[in-house]
Each structure stands twice: as structure tokens, then as C-alpha cells.
Ligand binder design. Structure first.
Ligand code: MG
Ligand code: ZN
Length: 402
């Protein structure tokens, strides 16, 4: 399951125009069967009432559990705060291998919804629990998202967010005085912190890769959108520090580890979620080059997944986003009320991108439009037409026979 956070049709088109031209095609465009996904969440107090502007917590909960929830919730029910079993947990219980890969903090909403249950997405580390008293281990809950990850037994966990795992569990909680990283280590995880460590990792023990303290670095940089428009500009590419793996590197290694023969040479099959997180995060701050670069990181990872599926044709590959976002293509010379930047594309033409959902360049918002889903492999034809995000849970469940 390949996710672009904030990957709407607009973000795909902006990246395509810039990187390969309007008539070019990305790896994202090679995934053959396409449909549209509705992404709304529901109200916490009135779960039958839609909220047309979701965040990444209910959207990831939708494909992870098959159920709608309210903004900010991680795989728990709106209003009643009951845990919802996730696809990853079902796969793990059935003996499949499981992996969770992201360029954000591993405790951020999208990866969290696959593997954790908590009432508020902000409760990422043991010192971030003020909004989640009922989820504390001392209250009989599962603890912060970092503690839940450390306890998960997930075969491959890769991303940023090391600072959450270095927080010291406070007095009165189980494992007080230790960190989630130490508890993960005690429960058998191999921990790696850079690209070389990831390359050296071997199958057989669960792997926790935490490559940065916070979100992982973006790969491209450039001028932010402004009023009047910045540019015309050409983006600076390949800016990621060499000790951080790319999303494609992480995807390649995750597939190798999940597919490695186990006892008796048996390959049990697997579920893997891969997220390019900062398409969203750089959209929020009106940074077109950074947004495009993170879309291209996803595109490279999708290429890895498609190559894997070509060699292993019983693989279902699903590509989608979680919600639409703010960036829009507007006329090259148009004056717009928001913030904008002009980019010189692969066509040699000028594309103006506007950010118009916030009153400051760093305060842009998600949008509520339906977004693309694309798939190939077993069950892929079920994404055709207009589906809801919750349908993805059932499609993947059937494909994995869970
Ligand atoms: Mg995300
Ligand atoms: Zn966002």
C-alpha cells in the first residue's frame, strides 16, 4: 500500500508537469486500474454526520480498519473510543510478515493508524500523553504511539521520529525510567539509525530504523510561494543528507526483508505500508519544490513496488493519497489572492502554482476533494469507479485472504 500524504490529483499533475512534462508519465501513472476515493471523516459527537475536511488520522484509520472516525483519532471509534482492529494486525495474527515505512516520524498519524490505537494523534511519545490519559499503560491502556510501536512485533519499522523513542517513560508507568527505544531493544528489535545500518540489516530479527530525530529531510528545495509570486524558478534536487535513506531505499529493503525465506524456506507473504509524508507537510507551508520532490520520492518508491510486482505477480499494489491539499495550477500570468510560485517545467514552459487556503504562506490547509486510487494485481479491479477509503480495507483483506 503506497500512500502519498496530501496526494490529490493536483499534486500529481504539478509533479508530472514539472518533472516529465505534461505529456510525460510518472511511475504513479503506470499503475493501470484507477478510481476515485472519497475521504471525509465524521464528527466526534455525531458519527453519522460527515466532516468534509479530514486530517491524516481518520483517513488512515479508514483504510486500516474499514471504519470512519473523527479527526485526530488513531484507529479508535468516534465518541466511544473503542479500539478498531487494523489490517496490519489481522495480517500479523495470520502469520504474514508486516512492515510500516514512512518519511515522517514513525509515530505520525499515517503510520500510527496501521499499528496503534489512541484517542488523539498528538500522543506520540510517553511525554506527549496529556490529551490521552485513558490510554496510559497505568490506566490499562496501550501507552503512547511510540510505546505501541515498540511493543508491536512488526517485522520492519522504518522512518523518522527518533526523539519520540528517546523520551524517558515517566514514574508510575510500566518501564518507568526507560525509553521506548530501550523497550524495543529488550523485545528483540535490531535498531539502525542511518542508511549504512539499513543496508546491513539481515532478515530474522525485527528491524526498527529511526533515521532522524523528527521528520526525515526533504529531497528537493526551492523558493516558497509568495505574494506577488516567486520565481520563475528551477528546483534544487538531490538535497537529502547521504546518511538518510531515500523512500525508495527503505521500500527496497523492506521488500527484501519481508520476502526473505523463513524456516524451511517458506515465504509467508506480507503486508507493507509505505508513505511519502511531506507532500502534505510542504504543501502546508507553500513550498512547491519540496512538495514536488517528495512526490517524486513516492514515484521512485512506486517504481520499486511495480518492479517487485512484475517479478511477483501475485502482489496487489495500491497507490493512493489520504486527502486532497491546497496547491493548484493557475494561469501562468494570473494574479491570485493567495501565495504563488512560478516554476520552469520539463516542457520549458512556466507553471504557476498557487496556495490559497490560508492567510499566511505557512498556514495552508487540506482540502476535501476526492482523490485518485490506482491498483494492479489480485482484487485491483475493485478500485475502479468511485469508492470510499474504507473500501480499501475490504479490498486488501480479500487479497490477503484475512
Ligand atoms: Mg502522514
Ligand atoms: Zn496535513
Amino acid at each position: 500500500l503506497m500512500i502519498g500524504d496530501g496526494l490529490g490529483d493536483s499534486e500529481i499533475t504539478i509533479a508530472r508537469n514539472y518533472a516529465v512534462g505534461a505529456s510525460g508519465r510518472l511511475n504513479i501513472d503506470r499503475v493501470p486500474l484507477t478510481g476515485a476515493v472519497t475521504t471525509h471523516s465524521v464528527e466526534e459527537d455525531e458519527p453519522d454526520t460527515p466532516n468534509y475536511l479530514p486530517d491524516s488520522a481518520p483517513t488512515a484509520t479508514a483504510w486500516s480498519t474499514g471504519a470512519k472516525t473523527s479527526n485526530g483519532r488513531i484507529s479508535t471509534t468516534p465518541g466511544t473510543d473503542r479500539d478498531l482492529t487494523t489490517l496490519l494486525e489481522l495480517a500479523q495474527a495470520r502469520g504474514l510478515r508486516v512492515g510500516n515505512v514512512t518519511t515522517s516520524e514513525l509515530t505520525d498519524a499515517t503510520p500510527a493508524a496501521a499499528m496503534a490505537h489512541i484517542s488523539a494523534r498528538g500522543c506520540q511519545g510517553p511525554l506527549n500523553m496529556s490529551a490521552c490519559a485513558a490510554d496510559l499503560k497505568s490506566a490499562g491502556g496501550p501507552g503512547s504511539i511510540a510505546e505501541q510501536a515498540a511493543d508491536s512485533g512488526i517485522d520492519v519499522l522504518l522512518g523518522g521520529g527518533r526523539a519520540r523513542f528517546d523520551q524517558v517513560i515517566p514514574p508510575g508507568q510500566p518501564n518507568a525510567g526507560r525509553t521506548p527505544l530501550q523497550t524495543a531493544d529488550a523485545q528483540g528489535y535490531s535498531v539502525v539509525t542511518d542508511a549504512a545500518g539499513l543496508q546491513a540489516a539481515r532478515p530474522g530479527t525485527p528491524l526498527l530504523g529511526l533515521f532522524t530525530a523528527g521528520n526525515m529531510s526533504v529531497d528537493w528545495t526551492g523558493l516558497p510561494a509568495a505574494r506577488p509570486a516567486s520565481g520563475p524558478q528551477v528546483c534544487q534536487e538531490d538535497q537529502r543528507p547521504a546518511d538518510e535513506p531515500s523512500l525508495a531505499d527503505m521500500t527496497t529493503r523492506a521488500l527484501e526483508l519481508l520476502q526473505a525465506p523463513g524456516r524451511g524456506g517458506r515465504k509467508p507473504g506480507f503486508f507493507l505500508q509505505v508513505e511519502s509524508a511531506s507532500i502534505d507537510k510542504r504543501n502546508h507551508v507553500s513550498q512547491p519544490c519540496e512538495q514536488i520532490g517528495e512526490t517524486m520520492q513516492l514515484d521512485e518508491a512506486v517504481g520499486v513496488a511495480l518492479d517487485f510486482a512484475e517479478a511477483n505477480p501475485d502482489t496487489l499494489v495500491i497507490l493512493t493519497g489520504d486527502h486532497a491539499h491546497t496547491s493548484q495550477i493557475v494561469g501562468a500570468d494570473q494574479e491570485v489572492p493567495g501565495f504563488a510560485s512560478k516554476l520552469t517545467t520539463a516542457d520549458g514552459a512556466v507553471m504557476q502554482v498557487s496556495y490559497g487556503t490560508g492567510t499566511t504562506p505557512v498556514g495552508q490547509s487540506h482540502t476535501g476533494s476526492q482523490i485518485r486510487v490506482a491498483a494492479q494485481g489480485p482484487q485491483a479491479a475493485n478500485v475502479i469507479g468511485v469508492i470510499d477509503q474504507t473500501d480499501l480495507f475490504r479490498i486488501m483483506r480479500r487479497a490477503l485472504r484475512l
